[in-house]
Design a protein around this ligand. Structure first.
Ligand code: AVJ
Ligand code: FE
Length: 437
């Protein structure tokens, strides 16, 4: 098939590396020097750290591991090692200043493109189907999403603009969809650039369940708030209740009450909360409590993936809800093309065979599941990507947001975070079990 054709993969690697760098450049050129070196939130790195870290990872994997080159600047390696320095302490490190960070990343990129041109795909697991190049493009795009989160947290006037998604008529289809019970194929062993935690493909048994056709909207979430959801202990897990009380949470992050209505700050601009947009910037505890209030629950990770990939006509699993084709603008809101989610029920061309919408793009969706390895998991190429995060402390998010590029988003892609996190572009949809028929 086309995706396994070496020259097509080489072209795709080049194109995705270029797309990623264009985005990185935009995100780091639209603010001035002090804004790049400042820490806008203790949860985030200074933007100039992300920039040099992108270069450093690219140097480590494409120049050193694939091409066997010597370190360009061995003395800076440890500064950009995410495990040596937690985010909170990064602004105090002797980081490369903006101009030097740009020059370093550009030098690495120039050499990496030479390596891409002359590397045979398939000499090793790292170069098989151009994996290392795809991995590095995904890594840069993940940091482009991280940098967009930093932009959202940053105070001050708007630095970024993008057109809004097209307005759509209010979605009037069914609120939920029945996903039949039975086994399906979860994960992948054939997607060339799938990361280690998405592998291998394996059969999963899933009982029949209903899942929301679209993500939960701001209007629906406001009803939870208006009903006293944040002050009613019944809806919360013990840890969730403790977290909400201690931190005085009463609405999604960036929301502010203005008399009868809710306002929200988005990339430097304050606006009324749009009722039909998927809710954004909620933590796992809030998503879980809302679902309980609604008489429902979060889908498990396996349920989410079955809703997104299972095709009842063939019994197989597709790469995306709409099939195997690469995401286009008609399928999903991805790639920071817009700086907000599209209204719930958008993208009919992106719906799954069962009729579930917006599984890919718009908002990351919290699932009920802990981040755990699949049976047969093997860390590759480094255990600090996912293995060290496996366990009950991290919850899985699926589907990608408007801030994710298509190269780092697919039906099998797994994201994870702590259940308290909500600076990320996180929303959710709900589910309920169906009786077997
Ligand atoms: C997969 C989004 C959880 O940002 O911590 C970037 C991605 N890993 N560099 C993160 C990642 C190493 C990772 N997430
Ligand atoms: Fe990283």
């Amino acid at each position: 098939t086309e995706i396994h054709d070496t020259e097509a993969l080489r072209e795709r690697a080049l194109a995705t590396l270029v797309t990623a760098r264009d985005r990185t450049t935009l995100l780091t050129d639209c603010v001035d020097g002090p804004d790049l070196t400042a820490q806008h939130s203790p949860l985030m790195s200074p933007l100039v750290w992300d920039l040099a870290h992108i270069g450093s990872q690219e140097e480590q994997w494409l120049l050193r591991a694939v091409a066997g080159q010597e370190a360009i600047r061995p003395e800076i390696d440890s500064l950009y090692d995410a495990f040596e320095h937690p985010r909170a302490e990064r602004p105090r490190l002797p980081l490369l200043p903006p101009e030097e960070a740009r020059r370093y990343a550009a030098e690495v990129r120039g050499r990496a493109l030479d390596v891409l041109e002359r590397t045979a795909f398939g000499g090793s697991r790292l170069t098989e189907a151009g994996f290392a190049f795809g991995m590095i493009a995904q890594h840069e795009q993940q940091h482009d999403e991280t940098m967009l989160i930093t932009h959202q947290l940053r105070r001050g006037p708007r630095a970024l603009t993008a057109p809004d998604p097209d307005p759509v008529p209010l979605f009037t289809g069914p609120a939920e969809v029945l996903v039949p019970g039975g086994p399906f194929t979860m994960g992948t062993s054939t997607e060339p650039w799938a990361l280690d935690n998405e592998r291998p493909a394996h059969r999963r048994e899933v009982a029949p369940f209903f899942i929301d056709t679209a993500p939960v909207t701001n209007a629906a979430y406001q009803a939870f708030i208006a009903d006293g959801g944040y002050t009613d202990r019944r809806w919360w897990t013990a840890e969730g209740w403790d977290h909400v009380r201690r931190n005085g949470l009463g609405a999604p992050l960036f929301w502010r009450r203005d008399g009868e209505r809710w306002l929200r700050r988005r990339f430097g601009v304050t606006e009324a909360v749009p009722p039909h947009e998927p809710v954004l910037h909620v933590c796992w505890y809030e998503a879980d409590a809302y679902a309980r209030w609604a008489g429902r629950r979060l889908p498990t990770e396996a349920e989410w993936e079955k809703a997104a990939r299972y095709d009842p006509a063939t019994g197989g699993s597709t790469r995306y809800p709409w099939g195997d084709a690469e995401p286009g603008p008609e399928h999903a809101n991805l790639g920071q093309r817009h700086l907000r989610p599209a209204p719930a029920g958008s993208y009919p061309a992106g719906e799954s065979p069962l009729g579930v919408r917006q599984l890919i793009g718009d908002v990351w969706e919290w699932t009920a599941s802990d981040f755990l390895p699949y049976p047969g998991f093997r860390a590759f190429p480094y255990k600090e990507y996912s293995e060290v995060f496996f366990g009950p402390g991290h919850k899985v998010l699926r589907g990608g947001s408007f801030a994710v590029d298509a190269v780092a988003c697919r039906g099998t892609f797994r994201n994870w975070d702590l259940p308290i996190r909500r600076q990320i572009f996180s929303g959710f949809r709900t589910a309920r079990s169906a009786e077997a028929v």
